[in-house]
Design a protein around this ligand. Structure first.
Ligand code: PLP
Length: 388
């Protein structure tokens, strides 16, 4: 869809319509799930834009255009998982290239940087990105990529995207923002100067814990071309049914995010008052160190919350996450149902303890993905688990 259209339409209108014209052959209002691997050609090379479904599939195209419109970018590319999207970015790097990343990031992202790509000579340095000076201090001649998550997982730290873009301006580096936690409804990194947005569609974009997928969005046409080349050459693409499920998810993203946030605020208020809770991490709290930046670069604070129990005992945290009844003990986040987890033994187990503690990730940290159930039920559930 043309960029003029994008500017003219509100977020939810784009979510419901961008990339999704009624099917021209039948009028079907929903994008068909094109279960096909190949496309018939009238003569060699004479086709309707599709040749083979690794290269392109109409259901995937609809999702790619939809996500590009939501992030305000020109190009969208979808992958079989968030990490497959990350992998495609890394495949555009060369041996000797260097990455500076935030130190409080998704465990699997740390793992692919450190354990998969470092042996190929692509080094990464992890720094506290809440101060852009830490990023520039860690850069050297071979730095090609700045990798930011904001808010971060699981500490909800906030990085100032435009300040980081400004700090590295004029150098031959690209700024990548993992926008999984915020979603394009709350934060649009490309408008803040970032070069590329990465998503795990598995989370809020899908929104119903029924699909795994990833996406890249950029307005940098040259880089988009290289990434599309890798997408086709390496082949980490999603199937059409996965794309359909995410398209269904993005249609309700705005209303879900509003409810996630409303519930998260109620839960945060409850946790703050509870005598067993030592501290609560939520960017919507005025006491949160990144609150001012979050208020400036986001239009809301989202549905992710983490907290630490008084005493900071790992066993207390493990006991608590096993006692909730409505909050399910599970990895992942961003679905309509509430989840609770213990990052150190679950999502962030791949990060060595020393690195974790350096980043301020306590053994007793508990992470919540606050769902869209009734807030009173969620609070009652946490209350019974805390008081048991
Ligand atoms: C889940 C997640 C990823 C990885 O995505 P997958 O779809 O699980 O491969 C990357 N970044 C963040 C912030 C995530 O939460």
């Amino acid at each position: 869809m043309a960029s003029e259209d994008r500017e003219l339409r509100g977020f939810s209108t784009r979510a419901i319509h961008a990339g999704q014209a009624p099917d021209p052959s039948t009028g079907a209002i929903m994008t068909p799930v094109y279960f096909t691997s190949t496309y018939v050609q009238a003569a060699p090379g004479d086709h309707q834009g599709y040749e083979y479904s690794r290269t392109g599939n109409p259901t995937r195209t609809a999702l790619e255009e939809n996500l590009a419109a939501l992030e305000g970018g020109r190009h969208g590319l979808c992958f079989g998982s968030g990490l497959a999207a990350t992998d495609a970015i890394l495949k555009t790097m060369r041996s000797g290239d260097h990455i500076v990343a935030c130190n409080d990031l998704y465990g699997g992202t740390f793992r692919i940087f450190r354990n998969v790509y470092e042996p190929f000579g692509i080094r990464s340095t992890f720094v506290d990105a809440s101060d852009p000076a830490n990023i520039t201090a860690a850069m050297d001649e071979s730095t090609r990529l700045i990798w930011i998550e904001t808010p971060t997982n699981p500490l909800l730290n906030v990085a100032d995207i435009s300040a980081i873009v400004e700090a590295v301006r004029g150098r031959d580096v690209k700024v990548v923002v993992d926008n999984t936690f915020a979603t394009p409804y709350l934060q649009q990194p490309l408008a803040l100067g970032a070069d590329l947005v990465v998503h795990s569609m598995t989370k809020y974009l899908g929104g119903h814990s029924d699909v795994v997928g990833g996406a890249l969005i950029t307005s940098d046409s040259e880089w988009a071309e290289r990434l599309a080349y890798v997408q086709n050459a390496a082949g980490g693409v999603p199937g059409p049914m996965d794309c359909f499920l995410v398209l269904r998810g993005t249609k309700t993203l705005a209303v879900r995010m509003d409810r996630h946030e409303e519930n998260a605020r109620r839960v945060v208020g409850f946790l703050q008052e509870h005598p067993r809770v030592a501290r609560v991490h939520y960017p919507g709290l005025e006491s949160h160190p990144g609150h001012e930046i979050a208020a400036r670069q986001m239009s809301g604070f989202g549905g992710m919350v983490s907290f630490v129990l008084v005493g900071e005992e790992e066993q207390d945290a493990r006991d608590l996450v096993s006692r909730t009844r409505i909050f399910s003990l599970a990895e992942s986040l961003g679905g309509v149902e509430s989840l609770i987890e213990h990052p150190v033994s679950m999502t962030h187990g791949a990060i060595p303890r020393e690195e974790r503690l350096k980043a301020g990730l306590s053994d007793a940290l508990i992470r919540l993905s606050v769902g869209i159930e009734d807030a009173e039920d969620l609070i009652e559930d946490l209350g019974q688990a805390l008081d048991a």
